[in-house]
Design a protein around this ligand. Structure first.
Ligand SMILES: *Cc1c(COP(=O)(O)O)cnc(C)c1O
Length: 465
Protein backbone atom coordinates (compact mmCIF):
# COMPACT_ATOMS: atom_id res chain seq x y z
CA UNK A 1 0.00 0.00 0.00
CA UNK A 2 1.20 3.52 -0.81
CA UNK A 3 0.54 6.31 1.59
CA UNK A 4 1.71 9.92 1.75
CA UNK A 5 5.15 10.53 3.25
CA UNK A 6 5.48 12.96 6.17
CA UNK A 7 3.96 16.36 5.23
CA UNK A 8 6.42 18.11 7.56
CA UNK A 9 10.15 18.25 8.07
CA UNK A 10 11.97 18.14 11.38
CA UNK A 11 13.28 21.33 13.01
CA UNK A 12 13.73 20.27 16.64
CA UNK A 13 14.74 16.78 17.73
CA UNK A 14 14.30 14.96 21.02
CA UNK A 15 17.03 12.30 21.38
CA UNK A 16 15.87 8.80 22.27
CA UNK A 17 17.97 6.80 24.72
CA UNK A 18 18.82 3.28 23.57
CA UNK A 19 18.60 1.05 26.59
CA UNK A 20 20.20 -2.40 26.78
CA UNK A 21 18.06 -5.51 27.13
CA UNK A 22 19.64 -6.13 30.58
CA UNK A 23 18.51 -2.69 31.75
CA UNK A 24 15.02 -3.19 30.33
CA UNK A 25 14.82 -6.57 32.05
CA UNK A 26 15.71 -4.95 35.38
CA UNK A 27 13.28 -2.03 34.86
CA UNK A 28 10.27 -4.19 33.90
CA UNK A 29 10.99 -6.56 36.81
CA UNK A 30 11.16 -3.62 39.24
CA UNK A 31 7.92 -2.34 37.68
CA UNK A 32 6.19 -5.62 38.62
CA UNK A 33 5.68 -6.34 34.90
CA UNK A 34 3.46 -3.24 34.75
CA UNK A 35 4.29 -1.03 31.78
CA UNK A 36 2.76 2.05 33.48
CA UNK A 37 5.54 1.86 36.09
CA UNK A 38 8.44 1.86 33.61
CA UNK A 39 10.28 5.22 33.23
CA UNK A 40 9.36 6.75 29.87
CA UNK A 41 12.97 7.60 29.00
CA UNK A 42 13.80 3.89 28.87
CA UNK A 43 11.32 3.40 26.02
CA UNK A 44 12.32 3.57 22.36
CA UNK A 45 8.88 3.85 20.68
CA UNK A 46 6.09 4.81 23.08
CA UNK A 47 2.66 3.79 21.80
CA UNK A 48 0.91 3.90 25.18
CA UNK A 49 -1.52 6.63 24.08
CA UNK A 50 -2.26 9.31 21.47
CA UNK A 51 -3.52 11.63 24.23
CA UNK A 52 -1.43 14.72 24.95
CA UNK A 53 1.53 13.19 23.11
CA UNK A 54 1.33 15.20 19.85
CA UNK A 55 4.27 17.18 18.51
CA UNK A 56 3.32 20.85 18.20
CA UNK A 57 4.21 22.79 15.06
CA UNK A 58 6.52 25.81 14.77
CA UNK A 59 3.39 27.97 14.56
CA UNK A 60 2.01 26.49 17.75
CA UNK A 61 5.29 27.14 19.57
CA UNK A 62 5.21 30.69 18.21
CA UNK A 63 1.64 30.95 19.52
CA UNK A 64 2.92 29.89 22.95
CA UNK A 65 5.16 32.96 22.91
CA UNK A 66 2.09 35.13 22.26
CA UNK A 67 0.48 34.17 25.56
CA UNK A 68 -1.56 36.90 27.24
CA UNK A 69 -1.71 35.82 30.86
CA UNK A 70 -4.33 38.35 31.95
CA UNK A 71 -6.62 36.82 34.54
CA UNK A 72 -9.73 37.95 32.67
CA UNK A 73 -10.36 38.69 29.00
CA UNK A 74 -7.04 37.38 27.63
CA UNK A 75 -6.81 37.97 23.87
CA UNK A 76 -5.88 34.28 23.51
CA UNK A 77 -9.33 33.37 24.78
CA UNK A 78 -10.97 35.34 21.98
CA UNK A 79 -8.80 33.63 19.36
CA UNK A 80 -9.59 30.26 20.92
CA UNK A 81 -13.31 31.05 21.07
CA UNK A 82 -13.34 32.12 17.40
CA UNK A 83 -11.48 28.94 16.32
CA UNK A 84 -13.92 26.71 18.22
CA UNK A 85 -16.99 28.60 16.97
CA UNK A 86 -15.79 28.42 13.37
CA UNK A 87 -15.67 24.60 13.41
CA UNK A 88 -18.26 23.64 15.99
CA UNK A 89 -20.68 26.54 15.67
CA UNK A 90 -21.96 26.50 19.27
CA UNK A 91 -22.80 29.74 21.06
CA UNK A 92 -21.04 29.25 24.40
CA UNK A 93 -17.39 28.12 24.52
CA UNK A 94 -16.02 27.06 27.92
CA UNK A 95 -12.30 26.16 28.21
CA UNK A 96 -11.22 23.34 30.55
CA UNK A 97 -7.85 21.73 31.22
CA UNK A 98 -8.93 18.28 29.97
CA UNK A 99 -11.86 16.58 28.29
CA UNK A 100 -12.99 14.85 31.46
CA UNK A 101 -13.56 18.20 33.20
CA UNK A 102 -15.85 19.25 30.35
CA UNK A 103 -17.74 15.97 30.93
CA UNK A 104 -17.85 16.48 34.68
CA UNK A 105 -19.15 20.07 34.36
CA UNK A 106 -21.85 19.02 31.88
CA UNK A 107 -23.03 15.94 33.78
CA UNK A 108 -22.88 17.64 37.21
CA UNK A 109 -25.19 20.27 35.80
CA UNK A 110 -27.73 18.28 33.78
CA UNK A 111 -27.83 14.74 35.25
CA UNK A 112 -29.50 13.37 38.35
CA UNK A 113 -29.47 9.91 39.92
CA UNK A 114 -31.47 7.38 37.90
CA UNK A 115 -30.98 9.16 34.56
CA UNK A 116 -29.71 7.36 31.45
CA UNK A 117 -27.11 8.69 28.98
CA UNK A 118 -26.98 6.78 25.68
CA UNK A 119 -23.83 6.92 23.52
CA UNK A 120 -22.38 4.75 20.75
CA UNK A 121 -19.80 3.51 23.29
CA UNK A 122 -18.90 5.66 26.28
CA UNK A 123 -15.20 6.36 26.72
CA UNK A 124 -13.92 5.33 30.22
CA UNK A 125 -13.91 8.87 31.67
CA UNK A 126 -17.32 9.63 30.15
CA UNK A 127 -18.81 6.47 31.62
CA UNK A 128 -17.19 7.19 35.01
CA UNK A 129 -18.49 10.77 35.04
CA UNK A 130 -22.03 9.64 34.14
CA UNK A 131 -21.94 6.99 36.88
CA UNK A 132 -20.51 9.51 39.35
CA UNK A 133 -23.91 11.29 39.15
CA UNK A 134 -25.72 8.01 39.90
CA UNK A 135 -26.84 7.79 36.27
CA UNK A 136 -26.53 4.91 33.81
CA UNK A 137 -24.13 5.00 30.82
CA UNK A 138 -25.74 3.02 28.01
CA UNK A 139 -23.88 1.83 24.86
CA UNK A 140 -26.04 1.67 21.72
CA UNK A 141 -23.44 1.11 19.00
CA UNK A 142 -24.57 -0.92 15.97
CA UNK A 143 -24.02 -4.68 16.39
CA UNK A 144 -21.08 -4.61 13.94
CA UNK A 145 -19.30 -2.29 16.41
CA UNK A 146 -18.87 -5.21 18.81
CA UNK A 147 -17.59 -7.60 16.13
CA UNK A 148 -13.79 -7.45 15.63
CA UNK A 149 -14.09 -9.20 12.25
CA UNK A 150 -16.80 -6.99 10.70
CA UNK A 151 -15.47 -4.74 7.91
CA UNK A 152 -18.33 -2.19 8.18
CA UNK A 153 -16.87 1.20 7.11
CA UNK A 154 -18.59 3.08 9.96
CA UNK A 155 -18.41 0.68 12.87
CA UNK A 156 -18.75 3.61 15.29
CA UNK A 157 -22.38 4.28 14.27
CA UNK A 158 -25.03 4.47 16.97
CA UNK A 159 -28.09 2.32 16.22
CA UNK A 160 -30.96 4.81 15.68
CA UNK A 161 -33.58 2.06 16.12
CA UNK A 162 -32.17 1.10 19.53
CA UNK A 163 -32.15 4.80 20.49
CA UNK A 164 -35.73 5.33 19.32
CA UNK A 165 -36.89 2.27 21.25
CA UNK A 166 -35.18 3.55 24.40
CA UNK A 167 -36.57 7.09 24.11
CA UNK A 168 -40.08 5.84 23.37
CA UNK A 169 -40.13 4.19 26.80
CA UNK A 170 -37.62 6.16 28.89
CA UNK A 171 -37.63 9.72 27.48
CA UNK A 172 -38.12 11.25 30.96
CA UNK A 173 -34.87 9.68 32.20
CA UNK A 174 -32.69 10.83 29.29
CA UNK A 175 -31.51 14.47 29.63
CA UNK A 176 -29.13 14.17 26.65
CA UNK A 177 -27.74 11.76 24.07
CA UNK A 178 -23.99 11.56 23.33
CA UNK A 179 -22.22 10.50 20.12
CA UNK A 180 -18.44 9.81 20.25
CA UNK A 181 -16.46 10.61 17.07
CA UNK A 182 -14.39 8.58 16.40
CA UNK A 183 -15.55 5.82 18.73
CA UNK A 184 -12.43 5.40 20.88
CA UNK A 185 -13.58 2.48 23.03
CA UNK A 186 -14.74 0.65 19.91
CA UNK A 187 -11.28 0.81 18.30
CA UNK A 188 -11.27 4.38 16.93
CA UNK A 189 -14.00 3.55 14.40
CA UNK A 190 -15.76 6.41 12.61
CA UNK A 191 -19.39 7.58 12.66
CA UNK A 192 -20.94 8.50 9.30
CA UNK A 193 -22.64 11.80 8.57
CA UNK A 194 -25.78 9.86 7.61
CA UNK A 195 -25.74 8.19 11.03
CA UNK A 196 -25.26 11.51 12.84
CA UNK A 197 -28.26 12.80 10.87
CA UNK A 198 -30.35 9.74 11.78
CA UNK A 199 -29.43 10.12 15.46
CA UNK A 200 -30.25 13.83 15.24
CA UNK A 201 -33.69 13.02 13.77
CA UNK A 202 -34.50 10.59 16.58
CA UNK A 203 -33.33 13.13 19.18
CA UNK A 204 -35.37 15.88 17.56
CA UNK A 205 -38.49 13.69 17.42
CA UNK A 206 -38.19 13.02 21.16
CA UNK A 207 -36.94 16.56 21.91
CA UNK A 208 -33.65 15.42 23.52
CA UNK A 209 -30.42 17.42 23.15
CA UNK A 210 -27.58 15.72 21.23
CA UNK A 211 -23.96 16.26 22.35
CA UNK A 212 -20.85 15.10 20.54
CA UNK A 213 -17.78 13.71 22.28
CA UNK A 214 -15.61 15.40 19.66
CA UNK A 215 -12.06 14.34 20.69
CA UNK A 216 -11.13 12.94 17.24
CA UNK A 217 -13.54 14.96 15.10
CA UNK A 218 -11.02 15.68 12.32
CA UNK A 219 -9.98 12.03 11.98
CA UNK A 220 -13.69 11.15 11.85
CA UNK A 221 -14.33 13.81 9.18
CA UNK A 222 -11.45 12.43 7.11
CA UNK A 223 -12.98 8.93 7.15
CA UNK A 224 -16.29 10.47 6.03
CA UNK A 225 -14.58 12.26 3.16
CA UNK A 226 -12.86 9.04 2.08
CA UNK A 227 -15.67 6.55 2.62
CA UNK A 228 -19.12 8.16 2.58
CA UNK A 229 -20.93 8.63 -0.69
CA UNK A 230 -21.46 12.27 -1.65
CA UNK A 231 -18.69 13.54 0.67
CA UNK A 232 -15.54 13.20 -1.46
CA UNK A 233 -15.69 16.84 -2.61
CA UNK A 234 -16.37 18.37 0.78
CA UNK A 235 -13.53 19.85 2.83
CA UNK A 236 -12.76 18.52 6.31
CA UNK A 237 -13.99 21.83 7.77
CA UNK A 238 -17.29 21.58 5.85
CA UNK A 239 -17.86 18.00 6.98
CA UNK A 240 -17.13 18.92 10.61
CA UNK A 241 -19.40 21.96 10.42
CA UNK A 242 -22.19 19.87 8.89
CA UNK A 243 -21.85 17.25 11.61
CA UNK A 244 -21.78 19.64 14.57
CA UNK A 245 -24.75 21.59 13.17
CA UNK A 246 -26.76 18.42 13.95
CA UNK A 247 -25.99 18.74 17.67
CA UNK A 248 -26.60 21.07 20.58
CA UNK A 249 -23.10 20.98 22.03
CA UNK A 250 -19.90 19.01 22.47
CA UNK A 251 -17.21 17.98 24.92
CA UNK A 252 -13.63 17.97 23.68
CA UNK A 253 -10.20 16.83 24.78
CA UNK A 254 -7.77 19.04 22.84
CA UNK A 255 -5.08 16.48 23.77
CA UNK A 256 -6.29 14.54 20.75
CA UNK A 257 -7.37 16.50 17.67
CA UNK A 258 -6.43 19.85 19.25
CA UNK A 259 -2.80 18.82 18.62
CA UNK A 260 -1.70 20.10 22.04
CA UNK A 261 -0.29 18.49 25.17
CA UNK A 262 -3.00 19.75 27.53
CA UNK A 263 -6.44 21.35 27.17
CA UNK A 264 -10.09 20.82 26.38
CA UNK A 265 -13.44 22.57 26.20
CA UNK A 266 -17.19 22.34 26.42
CA UNK A 267 -19.31 24.16 23.83
CA UNK A 268 -23.09 24.40 23.79
CA UNK A 269 -26.09 26.46 22.68
CA UNK A 270 -28.30 26.34 25.77
CA UNK A 271 -27.76 29.60 27.67
CA UNK A 272 -29.35 28.42 30.90
CA UNK A 273 -27.15 25.28 31.05
CA UNK A 274 -24.13 27.39 30.09
CA UNK A 275 -24.74 29.81 32.93
CA UNK A 276 -24.98 27.02 35.51
CA UNK A 277 -21.90 25.31 34.07
CA UNK A 278 -19.95 28.59 34.19
CA UNK A 279 -20.78 29.02 37.88
CA UNK A 280 -19.41 25.55 38.58
CA UNK A 281 -16.38 26.22 36.35
CA UNK A 282 -15.42 29.23 38.48
CA UNK A 283 -15.69 27.08 41.59
CA UNK A 284 -13.48 24.19 40.43
CA UNK A 285 -11.52 25.09 37.28
CA UNK A 286 -11.03 28.84 36.84
CA UNK A 287 -12.39 32.04 35.35
CA UNK A 288 -14.46 31.55 32.14
CA UNK A 289 -11.79 33.10 29.88
CA UNK A 290 -9.08 30.62 30.86
CA UNK A 291 -10.68 27.48 32.35
CA UNK A 292 -7.82 25.49 33.85
CA UNK A 293 -5.32 26.71 31.25
CA UNK A 294 -2.72 29.40 30.70
CA UNK A 295 -3.42 32.00 27.99
CA UNK A 296 -0.62 30.52 25.88
CA UNK A 297 -2.28 27.08 25.97
CA UNK A 298 -5.47 28.58 24.51
CA UNK A 299 -3.48 30.15 21.67
CA UNK A 300 -1.80 26.79 20.90
CA UNK A 301 -5.23 25.09 20.75
CA UNK A 302 -6.59 27.82 18.42
CA UNK A 303 -3.66 27.14 16.07
CA UNK A 304 -3.89 23.33 16.48
CA UNK A 305 -7.57 23.35 15.49
CA UNK A 306 -6.63 24.99 12.21
CA UNK A 307 -3.77 22.59 11.48
CA UNK A 308 -5.75 19.44 12.24
CA UNK A 309 -8.15 20.27 9.38
CA UNK A 310 -5.33 19.96 6.81
CA UNK A 311 -5.99 17.13 4.37
CA UNK A 312 -2.27 16.55 3.86
CA UNK A 313 -1.87 16.11 7.58
CA UNK A 314 -4.88 13.78 7.88
CA UNK A 315 -3.92 11.67 4.84
CA UNK A 316 -0.53 11.11 6.47
CA UNK A 317 -1.96 10.57 9.95
CA UNK A 318 -4.67 8.08 9.02
CA UNK A 319 -2.35 6.54 6.40
CA UNK A 320 0.45 6.00 8.91
CA UNK A 321 -1.83 4.10 11.28
CA UNK A 322 -3.41 2.09 8.42
CA UNK A 323 0.05 1.30 7.05
CA UNK A 324 1.21 -0.07 10.41
CA UNK A 325 -1.90 -2.27 10.49
CA UNK A 326 -1.30 -3.48 6.96
CA UNK A 327 2.34 -4.37 7.64
CA UNK A 328 1.32 -6.38 10.71
CA UNK A 329 -1.48 -8.10 8.88
CA UNK A 330 0.81 -8.99 5.96
CA UNK A 331 3.23 -10.48 8.51
CA UNK A 332 0.48 -12.77 9.78
CA UNK A 333 -0.20 -10.87 13.04
CA UNK A 334 -3.90 -11.02 13.98
CA UNK A 335 -5.31 -7.46 14.30
CA UNK A 336 -8.75 -5.86 14.57
CA UNK A 337 -10.06 -4.69 11.18
CA UNK A 338 -10.70 -2.24 9.71
CA UNK A 339 -7.89 -0.28 11.37
CA UNK A 340 -9.26 2.77 13.24
CA UNK A 341 -8.01 6.34 13.20
CA UNK A 342 -5.52 6.50 16.06
CA UNK A 343 -4.40 2.98 16.87
CA UNK A 344 -3.86 -0.58 15.73
CA UNK A 345 -5.28 -3.27 18.02
CA UNK A 346 -3.58 -6.68 18.16
CA UNK A 347 -5.90 -9.60 18.93
CA UNK A 348 -3.96 -11.24 21.78
CA UNK A 349 -6.33 -14.22 21.96
CA UNK A 350 -5.37 -15.25 18.44
CA UNK A 351 -1.72 -14.16 18.94
CA UNK A 352 -1.28 -16.36 22.04
CA UNK A 353 -3.96 -19.07 21.84
CA UNK A 354 -2.03 -21.24 24.35
CA UNK A 355 -2.33 -18.69 27.19
CA UNK A 356 -5.79 -18.57 28.82
CA UNK A 357 -7.32 -15.19 29.72
CA UNK A 358 -6.78 -15.99 33.40
CA UNK A 359 -3.02 -15.73 32.65
CA UNK A 360 -3.21 -12.33 30.89
CA UNK A 361 -2.05 -13.05 27.32
CA UNK A 362 -2.42 -9.36 26.37
CA UNK A 363 -0.17 -8.23 29.22
CA UNK A 364 2.32 -11.02 28.44
CA UNK A 365 2.55 -9.55 24.93
CA UNK A 366 2.97 -5.99 26.28
CA UNK A 367 5.78 -7.11 28.60
CA UNK A 368 7.59 -8.98 25.80
CA UNK A 369 7.33 -6.00 23.43
CA UNK A 370 9.09 -3.82 25.98
CA UNK A 371 11.63 -6.40 27.10
CA UNK A 372 12.74 -7.45 23.63
CA UNK A 373 12.26 -4.24 21.62
CA UNK A 374 11.77 -1.24 23.95
CA UNK A 375 8.25 -0.65 22.59
CA UNK A 376 5.44 0.39 24.94
CA UNK A 377 1.90 -0.75 24.11
CA UNK A 378 -1.10 -1.07 26.43
CA UNK A 379 -3.26 -4.04 27.33
CA UNK A 380 -7.01 -3.63 26.81
CA UNK A 381 -8.22 -6.99 28.02
CA UNK A 382 -8.42 -9.16 31.11
CA UNK A 383 -6.01 -7.12 33.24
CA UNK A 384 -8.04 -3.98 32.53
CA UNK A 385 -11.58 -5.41 32.55
CA UNK A 386 -11.90 -8.88 34.17
CA UNK A 387 -14.19 -8.67 37.20
CA UNK A 388 -15.38 -11.01 39.89
CA UNK A 389 -19.09 -11.81 39.65
CA UNK A 390 -20.56 -10.50 42.93
CA UNK A 391 -22.95 -13.45 43.28
CA UNK A 392 -21.00 -16.49 42.12
CA UNK A 393 -17.46 -15.27 42.93
CA UNK A 394 -16.32 -16.49 39.50
CA UNK A 395 -14.11 -14.30 37.29
CA UNK A 396 -15.85 -12.82 34.25
CA UNK A 397 -13.46 -12.10 31.36
CA UNK A 398 -13.99 -9.52 28.59
CA UNK A 399 -14.94 -10.83 25.17
CA UNK A 400 -11.93 -9.16 23.56
CA UNK A 401 -8.32 -9.50 24.66
CA UNK A 402 -6.50 -6.69 22.85
CA UNK A 403 -3.16 -4.91 22.86
CA UNK A 404 -3.38 -1.31 21.62
CA UNK A 405 -0.62 0.38 19.65
CA UNK A 406 -1.74 4.04 19.81
CA UNK A 407 0.17 6.34 17.47
CA UNK A 408 1.06 9.86 18.74
CA UNK A 409 0.42 12.64 16.17
CA UNK A 410 3.40 13.91 14.12
CA UNK A 411 5.89 12.25 16.53
CA UNK A 412 7.20 9.09 14.90
CA UNK A 413 8.51 8.60 11.38
CA UNK A 414 7.65 5.86 8.94
CA UNK A 415 10.95 4.16 9.90
CA UNK A 416 9.83 4.04 13.54
CA UNK A 417 6.62 2.38 12.41
CA UNK A 418 8.61 -0.12 10.37
CA UNK A 419 10.67 -0.93 13.45
CA UNK A 420 7.45 -1.53 15.39
CA UNK A 421 5.95 -3.73 12.66
CA UNK A 422 9.14 -5.79 12.23
CA UNK A 423 9.43 -6.24 16.01
CA UNK A 424 5.83 -7.38 16.48
CA UNK A 425 6.14 -9.79 13.55
CA UNK A 426 9.38 -11.23 14.98
CA UNK A 427 7.70 -11.67 18.35
CA UNK A 428 4.77 -13.36 16.62
CA UNK A 429 7.14 -15.81 14.97
CA UNK A 430 8.61 -16.62 18.41
CA UNK A 431 5.29 -16.60 20.23
CA UNK A 432 5.66 -20.13 21.65
CA UNK A 433 8.36 -18.73 23.98
CA UNK A 434 5.90 -16.42 25.76
CA UNK A 435 4.42 -17.46 29.10
CA UNK A 436 1.35 -16.47 31.06
CA UNK A 437 1.42 -14.12 34.06
CA UNK A 438 -0.13 -14.08 37.50
CA UNK A 439 -1.04 -11.14 39.75
CA UNK A 440 0.94 -10.50 42.93
CA UNK A 441 -0.87 -7.23 43.80
CA UNK A 442 -4.12 -5.65 42.65
CA UNK A 443 -5.95 -2.48 43.73
CA UNK A 444 -9.73 -2.71 44.28
CA UNK A 445 -10.55 -0.41 41.30
CA UNK A 446 -8.79 0.40 37.99
CA UNK A 447 -6.24 -2.24 38.90
CA UNK A 448 -4.33 -2.16 35.60
CA UNK A 449 -2.64 1.14 36.54
CA UNK A 450 -0.93 -0.21 39.66
CA UNK A 451 -1.10 -4.01 39.41
CA UNK A 452 2.06 -6.08 39.94
CA UNK A 453 2.57 -9.42 38.20
CA UNK A 454 5.08 -12.22 37.77
CA UNK A 455 5.71 -14.77 35.03
CA UNK A 456 4.36 -18.26 35.55
CA UNK A 457 7.25 -20.73 35.43
CA UNK A 458 7.21 -23.07 32.46
CA UNK A 459 6.10 -26.57 33.34
CA UNK A 460 8.83 -29.21 32.77
CA UNK A 461 6.71 -30.83 30.08
CA UNK A 462 5.79 -27.49 28.47
CA UNK A 463 7.02 -26.26 25.12
CA UNK A 464 8.37 -23.00 26.57
CA UNK A 465 12.09 -23.13 27.31
C1 LIG B 1 -9.44 11.18 25.93
C2 LIG B 1 -10.91 11.12 25.82
C3 LIG B 1 -11.74 11.74 26.75
C4 LIG B 1 -11.21 12.42 28.00
O1 LIG B 1 -10.32 13.44 27.73
P1 LIG B 1 -9.11 13.80 28.74
O2 LIG B 1 -8.51 15.02 28.13
O3 LIG B 1 -8.19 12.63 28.77
O4 LIG B 1 -9.71 14.08 30.07
C5 LIG B 1 -13.10 11.67 26.52
N1 LIG B 1 -13.62 11.03 25.48
C6 LIG B 1 -12.85 10.41 24.55
C7 LIG B 1 -13.48 9.72 23.39
C8 LIG B 1 -11.46 10.43 24.71
O5 LIG B 1 -10.71 9.80 23.80
Amino acid sequence: MRFPAEPFRIKVVEPLRRVSREERERLIREAGLNIFAVPADSIYVDLLTDSGTSAMSDRQWAAIMMGDESYAGSRNFYHFEAAVRDIFGYKHVIPTHQGRVAENLLFSTVLKAGDIVPNNIHFDTTRANVQHQGAEALDLVIDEGHDPTSLHPFKGNLDPAKLDALLTVERARVPLVMLTVTNNSGGGQPVSLANARAVHDVCKHHKVPLFFDACRFAENAYFIQQRESGCANKSIREIAQEMFALGDGCTMSAKKDGLVNIGGFLALNDSEWSQRITNLLILIEGFPTYGGLAGRDLEAIAQGLQEVLSEDYLAFRIGQVAHLGERLSDGGVPIVKPVGGHAVYIDAKRFLPGIPQSEFPGQALVVALYLEYGIRAVEVGSLMFAQKDEKTGAMVYPKLELVRLAVPRRVYTTEHMRYVADSVIELYNNREKLRGLRLTYEAPVLRHFTARLEAIAASPAGAAR
